[in-house]
Design a protein around this ligand. Structure first.
Ligand SMILES: [Zn+2]
Length: 322
């Protein structure tokens, strides 16, 4: 273990399904420089070369000064913490047969830590964001998928292999639609951005009075941001959809609060840009379903670091782990 000094720097990486983000971060979690590129999805070799190349680019500017102490990487999949292998990464080319960890370590010459993308974002919010100073938090990110990170006693709780926190794949509707994971009726099929769009479109075929009608009936045009905007402008259908989304989130969160007795739930990801329109029904549904004392001792907050949470969290995880 190397002893950090006040000029120690860390590289934080957030490999997303659409964007690869790499930042040079100082010891207090401030981003100094960053690179953002569209994620290479054509094949696995190009993806790995892009990941390493972008990290090296950020590293090169500081090379020779010896301030960079480690690299933290958040990956969108199941990361086996015992072997440092990526076991499943559903939305990107399959890296599971490659030893990505060894390749990054060799190319950078630095200590490297891998973790799940939601875990590193949770860690970012815990160290520098909405949950700063807390000990027991549950972080949820709602975007293309629904992910979560659990921090208990100030440490990421990963389970025995590193697979914990798959909140989006809790069954919320036994008769529900098939999920990408193979199960039916997962929370992700009810609360992710694509599911919000899908449920809105289904309703628009029956209800043509909504301001979204024109957009919604054309395939591939409507986004969850449009729905949030319409809800903010008073569109009743859009508000109803967000309320229902909050209800599903609240059902699942009540279970989490009863199970873990966390002191804070932090909600992040693109869908939370809808703010109170989704937060209020989420909190209300949780209140109805959770034990009173557990609910009253739990605060709800919208994530503070936005799209930087993953990079900052990955860098801080490298600071605290390598
Ligand atoms: Zn699922």
């Amino acid at each position: 273990m190397n002893i950090p000094s006040k000029d120690s720097l860390y590289i934080g990486v957030d490999l997303g399904g659409t964007t690869l983000k790499v930042a040079l971060v100082d010891i207090d979690g401030r981003i100094l420089t960053q690179e953002r590129v569209p994620t290479e999805v054509r094949d696995v070799r190009r993806l790995i070369d892009q990941l390493i190349g972008t990290i090296r680019e950020v590293q090169r500017n500081e090379e020779g000064r010896g301030h960079i102490r480690g690299v933290g990487i958040g990956l969108p999949g199941l990361i086996n913490i015992k072997t440092n292998r990526v076991e499943v990464m559903p939305n990107l080319p399959d890296v599971s047969s490659y030893d990505l960890y060894s390749e990054v370590t060799k190319a950078t010459g630095l200590p490297v830590i891998f973790d799940n993308d939601a875990n590193v974002a949770a860690y970012g919010e815990f160290v520098c964001g909405a949950a700063r100073g807390r000990r027991d938090i549950f972080y949820v990110t709602i975007g293309t998928g629904v992910g979560a990170g659990i921090i208990l006693g100030g440490k990421i709780w990963r389970g025995s292999n590193g697979f914990a926190g798959e909140f989006g794949h809790m069954t919320i509707d036994p008769e529900g639609l098939e999920c990408a994971c193979g199960n039916h009726g997962c929370l992700e099929t009810k609360a992710s951005a694509p599911s919000i769009v899908r449920r809105t479109r289904t309703r628009l075929f029956r209800d043509s009075t909504s301001s979204l009608s024109k957009l919604g009936l054309r395939q591939g045009v409507l986004t969850s941001e449009d729905i949030a905007d319409a809800a903010a402008e008073g569109d009743e259908l859009a508000q109803l959809i967000l309320e229902r989304t909050g209800m599903f989130l609240g059902i699942a969160l009540a279970g989490v609060i009863n199970l873990l007795n966390v002191e804070m739930v932090v909600l992040g990801g693109g869908v939370m840009a809808a703010g109170d329109l989704i937060l209020k029904p989420t909190v209300e549904e949780t209140r109805k379903r959770a034990f009173g004392p557990s609910f009253r001792n739990c605060q709800f907050a919208i994530a503070a670091l936005g799209p930087n949470a993953g990079m900052i969290g990955a860098a801080m995880l490298a600071r605290d782990s390598v």
